[in-house]
Design a binder for this molecule. Structure first.
Ligand SMILES: C[S@@+](CC[C@H](N)C(=O)[O-])C[C@H]1O[C@@H](n2cnc3c(N)ncnc32)[C@H](O)[C@@H]1O
Length: 510
């Protein structure tokens, strides 16, 4: 996928240089891809000799997104489903020969391709004729077959099937009174959200006992206002599984900070039972970046293999009861701020090492109001629950930082507090946040949580060990930076060989 994204950038530059943008650029790239796959089309001269790793992922979907960025601002909900999320979605469905799968909002057909590869028969539908073309092409390029029709699922509902796979349009306003009149969830309303209507429409598309695997906005899972939608879903379906996706899961694919989940349902009548629940933190790429930066597929692989799930009765886990005193018994909150106009040592959210929680401040020109970060404070990001967003302010000078940090002040054993608050079991105590974007927590919620306390002897050992290890890391980093500086000076001619040797000796002796 990464190779293709890079090649796509190069292709775009070459096509732009040849005077082609938008439709024309997309068509040139599509025809080139088809020509290379021996499926018709003609290679565009501007792309001659450019390697395009045609076997990777939803190429045309990515290309389409690249050349039509305006479409991907959510106007008609055209965000592609990340491949790893699609693979997880498909992995929990009984797809295979003899099963018919439908994607009623198929976009470029990414989910249809994944379903089709299992041997299932596939059928697609999309309101956008260009998407229909893309989905047909994608199926063809993958050696698959199946009808893909242009249609509006609100107006012309498809026939029921064994399995529905879908990533429907989120939060698109539906105002057509003729459409609204057909949905109980829109009764009395002058507008409704596309995702809400989709949930009701799904009842007509899945055969009794059949299954659905769908991507849904987090609002439907967590917001109080969606209680009626959840009740309706529970009446028509059994919830088989729910996987919370991390904030930013669509970010590298044109989406913003939207939150979503994958939900697997079985159409009633069917046996009842608990729902499997999991929270995905790493979908295999960096969710904080708009560029596609692969991380690793370990977590997705585990979930696909059925590891990392727990049983729930409701839609979301309840905060576990704890016998320990709340954090507020030994931790306070600092709110000091300064107004600055000049250089300062700054540490924002991005300056915390996600794996270790070390804070790595940098000198920067700052203007305006900033939070004061004092040594020994434990910083918790308001943006929950992104992994690794708990940091410890190191000993030494104060720094300044973004108001996105909640600054906790433990009265004792700050290192234990820092490590305990980085543990998944602590994060699980934070109640699920509502809202489609910017999941946040606040000091009161954090202070109401609790962690077990080991005995004083163990606490003291944790303090000494953690402080020692962090100090060793700081020293080692400072020496590495000094070594770099010396070599920079040598390369630029400021230091001669003798002076470089002396500098090395100093660093070796430290
Ligand atoms: C989130 S995208 C689908 C992504 C798709 N699963 C993929 O990975 O490419 C939603 C799709 O729904 C389509 N859509 C929006 N409203 C629709 C409607 N009323 N009927 C059918 N399709 C619709 C959009 O054109 C868009 O392609």
């Amino acid at each position: 996928m990464k190779g293709f994204a890079r090649a796509l950038g190069e292709a775009e530059q070459r096509l732009r240089a040849a005077g082609l943008t938008a439709d024309a650029a997309f068509d040139a790239l599509r025809d080139t891809l088809l020509a290379r796959l021996g499926s018709g089309g003609a290679e565009h001269p501007a792309l001659a000799g450019l390697a395009l790793p045609v076997e990777e992922g939803d190429l045309l979907g990515l290309a389409y997104e690249r050349f039509f960025p305006d479409l991907f601002k959510g106007r008609v909900g055209q965000f592609f489903t990340p491949a790893s999320v699609g693979e997880l979605l498909v992995a929990r469905l009984p797809l295979g020969p003899g099963v018919t799968a439908l994607d009623p909002t198929c976009g470029s057909g990414g989910l249809l391709v994944l379903a089709g590869r299992t041997g299932a028969r596939v059928r697609g539908m999309d309101v956008d004729p260009r998407m229909v073309d893309l989905a047909r092409l994608n199926l063809g390029l993958s050696g698959l077959d199946g009808p893909v029709v242009q249609g509006d699922f609100f107006a012309a509902p498809p026939d029921p099937v064994d399995v529905v796979v879908a990533n429907p349009p989120f939060s698109v306003d539906v105002r057509d009174p003729g459409v609204l009149a057909r949905y109980a969830l829109a009764e009395g309303a002058v507008r409704a959200s596309s995702d809400v209507l989709f949930m009701e429409a799904l009842e007509r598309w899945v055969k009794p006992g059949g299954l659905a695997g769908i991507v849904i906005p987090w609002t439907l899972v967590a917001n109080a206002s969606a209680e009626r939608v959840r009740a309706r879903v529970d009446g028509a379906f059994r919830r088989l599984a729910l996987c919370a996706l991390p904030e930013g899961v669509f970010r590298p694919f044109g989406g913003a900070a939207g939150r979503a989940a994958v939900l697997w349902l079985q159409r009633r009548p069917c046996a009842d039972g608990p729902m499997a629940y999991a929270e995905l933190e790493d979908p295999g790429y960096d969710v904080r970046s708009t560029a596609l930066k692969p991380t690793g597929t370990g977590e997705i692989d585990a979930l696909r293999a059925g590891r990392g799930w727990r049983d729930l009765d409701g839609w979301l886990p309840e905060a576990p009861a704890t016998a320990h005193p709340p954090l507020s018994a030994w931790i306070g909150v600092d709110t000091d701020a300064v107004v600055l106009d000049g250089e300062a040592s700054v540490a924002d959210l991005a300056d915390a090492d996600r794996a270790t929680g070390e804070l790595l401040p940098r000198q920067e020109a700052v203007q305006g109001r900033r939070a004061v970060l004092k040594p020994g404070q434990v910083l918790v990001s308001r943006m929950r629950p992104a992994l690794g967003n708990v940091a410890l302010v190191p000993p030494g000078p104060e720094h300044v930082g973004s108001p996105e940090w909640i600054r906790l002040v433990p009265t004792h054993h700050a290192h234990y507090a820092f490590h305990a608050l980085r543990s998944p079991a602590w994060r699980a105590q934070l109640p699920p946040t509502t809202g489609q974007t910017r999941p946040r927590t606040d000091p009161e919620t954090v202070l109401a949580t609790a962690v077990p306390m080991p005995g004083t002897a163990l606490l003291d050992r944790i303090e000494a060990l953690s402080a020692g290890l962090l100090e060793a890391r700081r020293r080692s980093r400072a020496r590495l930076l000094a070594l770099q500086e010396a070599i920079d000076a040598y390369v630029s001619g400021e230091l001669d060989e003798a002076a470089l040797g002396r500098r090395l000796a100093e660093l070796e002796a430290e």
